[in-house]
Design a protein around this ligand. Structure first.
Ligand SMILES: Cc1ncc(COP(=O)(O)O)c(C=O)c1O
Length: 398
């Protein structure tokens, strides 16, 4: 495991959108479940009751923070499982209800792989399911005219519309309210899902996703633990489980609960809610300083999306004539941690489907870097990045 050792350059962590460092209050809230409170929350003795009480308190808190009823919160192992459950679970329920009839899932073309792959798998495994992707404009904004056209063309076949609240690569916030309104008027039978995994760190999901049937969140993007998340499933939404067994989570997700993870998710969401306004302003200003500074100091840099459309912590830049993988490694040597787009499990970089959908030419996308700021980012981090990045880019170009 890589850790800071004496002599290492100071750590400048600008990769919060990949995973945000755990917050102190989250670690503190989870600590009792690493030792003292270890019971199985489905059991019947005092240890079990203590675990169940913690789990249900976490559920109540999460429900309130996401604008849901406690019974609508389904604990998952993170954002990927929440997205998979939403897509495969809803389509599975539809196909079971109407076997042999066509069913369509409509998504944006810039969804996270957890949604796109779930759509692909659902259409491969469930008979009659088709997946329609609707594109975005040059800012990464979902094309509402195309959505309306697609919903009209598919009519009663549309079972699910899934559009992320904010994009993980470029940070563009989608017009979710309009997506819901169009779907309700043109495909009233359809269920609407939003992947709020990135957005939950900055936006009030309870408010912006209030009209949506299914909402995915993940703790580790918020300063909570990895491997913990939730899917809000509004009352009355038919969904098939991915995991079957003990029937936990009202038959929607079997498996012994990760009590510590649920407590950590609740603590992280609460921390985000408490500081949302102040942090959005503070981090947004740091992001502006970073973006403006780099645009000024480095020639031939493109900012792919206008900041007014983007989450406060995101700064996505394309350095022309530079290979993003080489730049990430060079910056890492200098202690600056950033991301070069979507990495698969092997760590290999794949061409960005998000930048391609936005119409960014491949040679420019080759130099794309995501700086993502968050709750641990201080002014010194930005100043270090401003000192290090221009030199690294010049070295690679030279
Ligand atoms: C938009 C989005 N959805 C889903 C996921 C997957 O979440 P998790 O890492 O909790 O499985 C991520 C993580 O990168 C994400 O950014």
């Amino acid at each position: 495991m890589d850790r800071q050792t004496p002599g290492d350059p100071p750590l400048t962590y600008l990769d919060h959108a990949a995973s945000a460092p755990m917050r102190d209050e989250v670690v503190e809230a989870m600590a009792p479940f690493a030792s003292g409170v270890f019971g199985h929350p489905s059991g019947h003795h005092r240890q079990a009751r203590a675990a169940r009480q913690a789990l249900e308190e976490a559920r109540d808190r999460i429900a309130e923070l996401l604008g849901a009823a406690p019974r609508e919160v389904v604990f998952t192992s993170g954002g990927t499982e929440a997205d998979n459950l939403a897509v495969i679970g809803v389509l599975g329920a539809v196909v079971r209800r109407r076997p042999g009839e066509p069913a369509a899932v409509v998504s944006s073309s810039v969804e996270h792989a957890a949604v796109l792959e779930a759509c692909r798998v659902a259409s491969a495994r469930l008979g009659g399911v088709v997946h329609e992707r609707v594109g975005v404009d040059s800012q990464g904004l979902f094309d509402l005219t195309r959505l309306a056209q697609t919903l009209e063309d598919l009519r009663g076949d549309v079972a699910l519309v899934t559009v992320m609240l904010a994009n993980n690569e470029v940070g563009t916030v989608q017009p979710l309210g309009e997506v819901v309104a169009l779907t309700r008027s043109l495909a009233p039978q359809a269920v609407v899902h939003t992947d709020a995994v990135q957005a939950a760190a900055w936006l009030d999901v309870a408010q912006v996703a209030s009209g949506v049937d299914l909402v995915s969140v993940s703790a580790h993007k918020l300063g909570g633990p990895k491997g913990a998340g939730a899917l809000v499933v509004r009352e009355g939404t038919a969904i098939e489980p991915l995991f079957v067994g003990g029937g936990q989570e009202r038959e929607r997700r079997s498996g012994t609960h990760d009590v510590a993870g649920a407590v950590g998710l609740a603590a992280a969401l609460a921390a985000v809610a408490n500081e949302r306004e102040a942090e959005s302003a503070r981090v947004g200003a740091l992001r502006d300083r970073l973006a403006d500074g780099l645009l000024h100091a480095v020639p031939s840099v493109i900012e792919v999306a206008e900041r007014k459309f983007v989450l406060p912590g995101h700064c996505h830049l394309c350095f022309s004539g530079v290979d993003r993988e080489e730049l990430v490694l060079l910056l890492d040597e200098a202690g600056v941690c950033v991301s070069a787009g979507a990495a698969c499990a092997s760590g290999a970089l794949e061409p960005s489907h998000v930048l391609a959908a936005m119409g960014v030419p491949a040679p420019i996308a080759r130099g794309s870097i995501r700086f993502s700021l968050g709750h641990t980012t201080a002014a010194e981090d930005v100043e270090r990045a401003l000192a290090v990045v221009p030199e690294a880019v010049a070295r690679l170009r030279g």
